[in-house]
Design a protein around this ligand. Sequence first.
Ligand SMILES: [Zn+2]
Length: 330
Amino acid sequence: MKVQNGNNYCRTYLKPDNSSLEYELKSKSPKTTPFLLAYFLTCSLFLSICLAQPPEFNSDIAYEYLEKQCTFGTREPGSKGYYQCLEWLEQTLKEFGAEVYLQRFGANEAITGIDRKLTNVIAHFPSENGHTLMLCAHWDTRAYANLDPDPANRKKPIIGANDGASGVAVLLEMARLFAENPPPRSLLIVLFDGEDMGRAKHAEEFALGSKYWAAHQIPEPVEEAILLDMIGDADLEIPIEWYSERNAPSLRRQLWDIARQLELPAFVEQRGRAVQDDHVRLQRAGIPAVDLIDFEYPYWHTLEDTPDKCSAESLGQVGKVLVGFIYGVE
Ligand SMILES: [Zn+2]
């Protein structure tokens, strides 16, 4: 097992107390046998923990989570699908044993002037190791297919299979793994609302949930963050996003190193665009944050952003890197 970033089991648990062994060996008394036995049993336990395989990310389950979100319909704030999906997200994360917080806030939707009630969904998996990692994505979908080739569609909401559901799908599968394999550090999964409410070319009208979280940081601050956005494209290619490299180069490098070790070709060693996304809000609050995003998606902000354009395999590549980062690479 290769140790990644000091996050792995061994670092936490492999602390055999050699002094007690020395004492037992020196005494050479028959009474020492139970102590030696206990010692070796303890060593075996440490060893078995160290040799434990990292849990396996299930790409098919992740894809089912993507489809499930889309069955609620479009999930723009205020819609029927939005409220149904919110309830399902909360319920699902609770079933995985997380402490779930619904962080409510309000924001004005610039394009309509309507005040929207918004909710960040936060799942906390606490650990004694409070070096907290945030995994995040946005769960809202866009109310306007403003880039649809057909002008008649441009005021209709999108289903957001890739732009929204893909990142959430991977994080739900991660939560399922955390339930079965307690992670060796404290984890926050944050599903941001209000990411996609803005008008084109008005960056400040986007990423409202992350802006709100960064101002309040519940239930605890985080050391670093990994954002997933538009990572479901069946033709997935994730270049190095510009703000991520500038503000979190070490974290960015660790993720690409893991992808290389695991031979996951979606992670390409090319400099990508600068994307104003939720991670920039976190970076402004001083948190190193990396955005895993494939912005080259022809169906972006169109009615064609549907599950058939996505694949389980793509979700799996991203999930496997997250598992490698958290549990170590085998
Ligand atoms: Zn979008």
